[in-house]
Design a protein around this ligand. Sequence first.
Ligand code: C5P
Length: 224
Amino acid sequence: MGVPALIVAAGSGQRLGAGGPKALVELGGRPLYAWSVDAFRRADHIDRIYVTVPPGLADRFTEAGIVTVDGGETRSHSVANGLAAIADADDDPGMIVVHDAARPLVSPALIDAAVIGLDSDPELHALIAGSPMTDTVKRLGGDGVVIETLDRSELVSVQTPQVFRTEILRRAMDAGDLAAATDDASLVELAGGSVGVIESPSGNIKVTVPGDLDLAALLLERDR
Ligand code: C5P
């Protein structure tokens, strides 16, 4: 079984402050997005790799064998553009994996486990990477004062990769508020879909601020 992957890499990288798109920032001698492309190439259950890129910059995404698609205004708009490109290419075996280029340490094993996990559970519409919460989480009121402490045993911190039944994701995105969504699974949940969680290793960090880039470089060095 092989499914398409959509790596979203069209963000501006403002919070990283690198003066350009985050996906092109250098990490361990390669652009950040190339590490995710590499992991998806090494996964057994991925056929083709689509990458959303900042409009006008496709020629700077030179990894071999990828299909570039212009990104949109927000992350979800970029995912919608990627889904449209996959439909145009008649490339839909029924499932799709969505991944943030901002998570360069994703492993081929996690990608494959998520694809197999969704394929083998007909009750689920999506299967997403997540980790148990290690911090205590509190909910604040508008005045910044704590209203309550949430029960950590019921919480997970979610990440990408996220694997979807393509048609369910497409319908959820058509009906949902793309500008407000911080991940794709939330749109599927709001549309009544059933979303499972697969445990992700702690190294699947997201590069957002400069310190994250230093940590990613250390983890890459450790695992090399
Ligand atoms: O901004 P944030 O780090 O949450 O973005 C998550 C991922 O979504 C990044 O890999 C980024 O490149 C991508 N993105 C996108 N199109 C946008 C905004 C973000 O593909 N308009």
